[in-house]
Design a protein around this ligand. Sequence first.
Ligand code: AP5
Length: 253
Amino acid sequence: MINNCDRSAWIHGGECNCPNRLEPRKKAFRFVLLGAPGVGKGTLAALLSEKLKICQLATGDIFRNLKQLPEEELTPALKTSLEHMLRGELVPDDIVIEVVRDRMKCLNCPAGFILDGFPRTLKQAEALDEMLAELNIELDAVINLEMPIDKIIERLGARRICKICGAVYNLVNRRPKIDGKCDHCGGELYQREDDKPESIRVRMDIYNKLTTPLIEYYSKKGKLLTIDATIEVYGVYNEIKRILDSDGYMPPL
Ligand code: AP5
């Protein structure tokens, strides 16, 4: 799976030349993906992005990209973000909210968006509400992926990511055709630094403390759709389509 959008406006900032913006369509889709680290948000976002031709907007991608920037381009706030991320902690709310606010044109895309990894705290959720109200748009659904923690840890240990295009693999169930190389672009596959056991534990604790309150927040707004994430990603897509797509706008697999 690979995204239609190169996500460069989202990851690096700047003007958006995304082809999804120009694609004629009957309906925009606006989703938030919620769920513990490693539950499969990025994998599902890539499939939704490919099928629905909308962009995957992952805040994690923005912060991971900071590692590539030359030292002189890193402001003190960005350096702080990077340090938090590498320890498995959340980047402070004010920085994340500013980063997303700077990219509001991606939220305002006529195609819609899949927000992957934002919001992650109540403060971020309230900030997103404000941004959407300013743009006069609404979320279609907040898709909450659920899976037992031991299964998640297993998945994270086997995850590999392409250095160039960000495609996600798994050494157990989603192996690349050639070991260590991306099927899409031939890029080198690597293991994320925050997938080390000590960082995974920090990320899980933080998720339980700061992100799970969003389940109630969106449930009260009538936006929450909880899905069993233990099944393979195509099953997850079909389940979302079955529940949300009574009008038949989501293409079949
Ligand atoms: P981020 O990149 O968002 O990481 P995360 O939420 O920890 O989620 P992951 O990317 O680890 O997992 P995923 O759910 O996408 O799973 P994946 O699809 O890869 O954030 C990283 C860091 O950035 C944070 O820790 C924080 O520091 C910072 N940050 C980002 N956003 C922030 C915010 N809003 N506020 C503050 N800080 C922020 O799948 C995992 C593995 O499972 C893969 O190998 C995959 O192949 C496999 N898999 C997936 N789905 C399936 C399936 N259905 N069946 C079988 N295998 C599957």
